[in-house]
Design a protein around this ligand. Structure first.
Ligand SMILES: C[S@@+](CC[C@H](N)C(=O)[O-])C[C@H]1O[C@@H](n2cnc3c(N)ncnc32)[C@H](O)[C@@H]1O
Length: 246
């Protein structure tokens, strides 16, 4: 079977979702704990690499200028954030997407909307998180349907096990939220475990995506993002986690 990047896959077709077969239904939490313990050296190396490059895709000033910032990492074509920007004019929304085509579409959409409270960037969120975002400057971070990296050998790429995760927590204001969604139950379960035990975040909710005041699914019956819409139309259950920094 030829390998296809999960990002590029047609998620409605099980043949193109190789992780559906591999992912363990129960997260291996003992192994996760071990990963978290031996991270310091790798983390220092990763930070040095990006600091030496001296580049961040998002200008730092934006975070200093706006008091209420919501950040989406891996925003795809940005449709959900555009809707949120319309509904929340008091918030300033920033979306970052690495893929050239998706970020191009996203930026086009944002510019066309003429909204002044949303900005899209093409780039890698990792250097942005490490070098470019001041501490305690972001009120909400959205990570919706990231690649789950289900193979054991790749687990360090899962956002919550990645060495950039301490920065994700650092940039969050006290009282701020991290909002996750995935089609993989193990991913949300493991993210909940790591958020609570390693980062002392409070779990506001963790479980299957059903309409609630957080996801406001009543307003997005066919799904908030394009990946969510594809999973919903294939009747594939989705899962979410809302964590709060105390
Ligand atoms: C599976 S897609 C989900 C897109 C969108 N959130 C949705 O739900 O439709 C994951 C996205 O994350 C982006 N991504 C992955 N790693 C990234 C990184 N380090 N920085 C920015 N974007 C990233 C990918 O390019 C991809 O578009």
């Amino acid at each position: 079977m030829s390998f296809m990047k999960p990002d590029a896959a047609d998620v409605t077709n099980p043949r193109f979702r190789p992780w559906a077969k591999i992912a363990s239904p129960t997260a291996n939490l003992a192994q996760t704990t071990w990963d978290l313990k031996q991270r310091e050296e790798v983390q220092a190396r990763n930070e040095k690499y990006w600091l030496d490059k001296g580049h961040t895709p998002i200008p730092r000033e934006i975070f200093e200028k706006h008091p209420k910032i919501w950040l989406e990492i891996g925003s795809g074509t940005g449709g959900y954030f555009l809707d949120l920007a319309k509904k929340n004019p008091e918030a300033h929304l920033i979306a970052i997407e690495r893929c050239k085509i998706r970020s191009g579409r996203m930026i086009q959409k944002f510019v066309k909307s003429q909204l002044t409270n949303i900005q899209g960037f093409r780039g890698n969120a990792i250097p942005a998180l490490i070098t470019g975002i001041p501490s305690e400057s972001v009120e909400r971070i959205y990570i919706l349907y990231p690649c789950p990296w289900p193979k054991n050998a790749h687990r360090k790429n899962r956002w919550y096990l990645h060495t950039v995760m301490p920065h994700l927590i650092r940039i969050l204001k006290p009282g701020g939220f991290v909002i996750w969604a995935s089609d993989q139950e193990f991913y949300i379960r493991e993210a909940t475990f790591v958020s609570e035990t390693r980062y002392s975040l409070k779990t506001i909710l963790s479980g299957e995506v059903i309409p609630n005041e957080w996801n406001q699914l009543v307003e997005f019956p066919s799904g908030r993002t394009s990946f969510e819409a594809k999973f919903f139309s294939a009747n594939h259950p989705c899962f979410e986690l809302i964590s709060q920094k105390l």
